[in-house]
Structures are given as C-alpha cells and as structure tokens.
Design a protein. Sequence first.
Length: 154
Amino acid sequence: MNFHKYYPVDVINGPGTRCSLFVSGCEHACRGCYNQSTWRLDSGLPFTQAEEDRIIADLNDTRIKRRGLSLSGGDPLHPQNLSAVLQLVKRVVAECDGKDIWLWSGYRLDEMTDAQREVLAYVDVLVDGKFEQALKGADLIWRGSSNQTIHYLK
Ligand code: SF4
C-alpha cells in the first residue's frame, strides 16, 4: 500500500485529537473529489513497517492525548489496500488501549465484500458512500455529502 499524508496530530478528521492517515488508491472517481491526486494506487509513498510502527507509537504517546486513528484517502477499503489496513487496525486494537478507529470509504456498507468486512470488524465508526457533488453540504459534520452515512459499528 502507498499513502499520501500522515498527520500525527489532527483535529479536523473525526472527533478529538487524532492521528490521520490518507492512503493511496481509489476507484470511485466521484465528480468533485477534493483528493484526485490519491486515486492512483502507485501515487504517494510506500507505507512501510516504520510508518506502521510510528502510528502505533504516536497513539501510545502520553504527551499528547489522542482519541484515536482516522483512515481516509483515497480509499482504505480499496481491494489492494486491505491487507495493509487490516494489519494496521489489528495492531491498533491490540496495542493501543482505548483508542477508536474511524474509516472513510466510498464503498457502501451494504455492498462490502467479506474481505472489507474483515477490516470493519476492528473499526468503530465507518463513514460510507461516494461523494455526490449535488448533495454537498457545508453544515455536514464528518461527511462531504448528505448521501454518506455515519455508521457507529461498536
Ligand atoms: S471516494 Fe473519496 S477519494 Fe475516492 S473519488 Fe470519491 S471523494 Fe475522491
């Protein structure tokens, strides 16, 4: 998997102070996408073991109290991102006590594959659905357009 950005301290993408990872690769091609540079799977930088270790360390760093991890992109549930994302969310649940995981995906919950649901088993909150420009709303919280749904999975 590749990624575009990692913010160790982020107060915009999800509730509270968080770590946020924006991965590469998205096949949805939503009109009006604000993040087209992430569409290609080979864009950005390789997500290495060192990057994974850094996220775990940041979440456990008691000097800055972070509420959890946000995963966006691109699409963290792109089929080719699933193994790396699964490994990461498993580690967060196992090694980062009390941290939540939010995940944004263009796939809808009711159309997820078994492999995508395997990742969701570790996710607290899923924001799903493609971005629809006609349904864009400045007053929407955590969503870009009103067709997207916030699913509290746990
Ligand atoms: S799912 Fe997100 S990243 Fe992918 S095209 Fe749509 S808005 Fe862009």
